[in-house]
Ligand binder design. Structure first.
Ligand code: NAD
Length: 329
């Protein structure tokens, strides 16, 4: 099948070319992202393959339907950037990679916790400049601390297990409780109780209309003063303006984010020679107790290999008219 692959990074070409055995599919790579303004690039393709920064809103999907696109295949688990209702109305199938390596994202959440706590981001530069002072580097033991987990699906479960290994007390909030986690001593609580009791909160639920701006000023005020918030899930879970205020008034003690509400214009690009126009993002960058990573939670060899293999399988299933195991319904 001939597929237009959008927002392609060099490493993705390498993986696709390696696992597209016998060139089974004709893959045409575009560096451009796919959105309502760039749909013309998809002319002549029945299938397009997109990543998290490609915006498939109503307008984009209607334009794709008009030019004959029948499949939008996501190289991601999250599908909040796709208007599913419009796709269904237009008869376009949406496939995704529901699970590839939950450990990759869970481990990155832990990396953010450890860096924020022990300030490794600061000390890296200090030592290179010959500054071996311990001033302002004091952290805290994770052992015995309470960690709140919002969303205990595949990534949340992997994260809980790691934090149990540190000797933390792990409490959780989810609409569905995991029996496996309960058996390991994790206690499910009401949302407000998780907020009030946790020293660290990590977000692992999807972005939906219900979870949009889940973490806002009311929630920050309910959290323990000085607690740490980690978000490796989706930027829209946090109302960023409110997070900046909570950081400024020291209600929020640390913020570690791998995702950002307006990340489309920033992440996955080298903007080192540009002037960043997003003032809120720049404000966040001024806080010493904030670490931002550019949506790299998934970015391990193991995860990228799995994403590539499952994406290629999705193409094959669609082409052969087989059961679409990874369809978003
Ligand atoms: P999952 O579907 O396995 O788990 C999501 C969990 O969230 C489920 O248990 C669900 O019941 C729960 N949930 C849904 N709505 C909720 C709500 N209102 N309140 C509390 N819990 C709720 O998903 P997953 O594979 O664990 O992935 C979680 C999220 O991580 C994805 O939606 C995606 O946005 C994000 N993600 C980020 C990266 C990255 O690179 N940073 C990579 C992959 C996934």
């Amino acid at each position: 099948m001939k597929v237009a692959i959008f927002s392609t990074q060099s490493y993705e070409r390498e993986y696709f070319d390696k696992f597209n055995i016998n060139s089974q599919h004709e893959l045409i790579y575009f560096e451009a992202s796919l959105n309502a303004d760039t749909t013309d690039l998809a002319k002549g393709f029945e299938a397009v393959c997109i990543f998290v920064g490609d915006k498939m809103d109503k307008k984009a999907i209607e334009k794709l339907a008009k030019i004959g696109v029948k499949l939008i295949d996501l190289r991601s688990a999250g599908f909040n950037h796709v208007d599913i209702e419009t796709a269904q109305k237009e008869g376009i199938k949406i496939l995704r990679v529901p699970a590839y390596s939950p450990q990759a994202v869970a481990e990155h959440a832990v990396a953010l916790i450890l860096a924020l706590n022990r300030k490794t981001h600061k000390v890296y530069n200090r030592v290179r400049e010959g500054n071996f002072s311990l001033e302002n580097l004091m952290g805290f033991n994770l052992f015995g601390k309470t960690v709140g987990v919002i969303g205990t699906g595949k990534i949340g479960v992997a994260f809980c297990k790691i934090m149990l290994g540190f000797g933390c007390k792990v409490i959780a909030y989810d609409l569905i409780e995991s029996e496996e986690l309960k058996a390991q001593g994790i206690e499910y609580k009401h949302f407000d109780d998780v907020l009030k009791e946790s020293d660290i909160i990590s977000l692992h639920c999807p972005l939906t209309p219900k979870t949009h701006h889940f973490f806002n000023s009311i929630v920050f005020d309910t959290m323990k003063k000085g607690a740490m918030l980690i978000n490796t899930s989706r930027g829209g879970l946090i109302k960023t303006e409110h997070a900046a205020i909570a950081l400024k008034n020291k209600q929020l003690g640390y913020l570690g984010i791998d995702v950002y509400e307006q990340e489309e214009g920033l992440f996955f690009k080298d903007l080192s020679e540009s002037i960043i126009q997003d003032d809120l993002f720049e404000r966040l960058m001024t806080f010493h107790n904030v670490i931002i990573t550019p949506h790299q939670g998934f970015f391990t060899h193991e995860a990228v290999e799995q994403i590539t293999k499952i994406t290629l399988k999705n193409f094959t299933d669609f082409e052969k008219g087989s059961y679409l195991e990874n369809e978003v319904i």
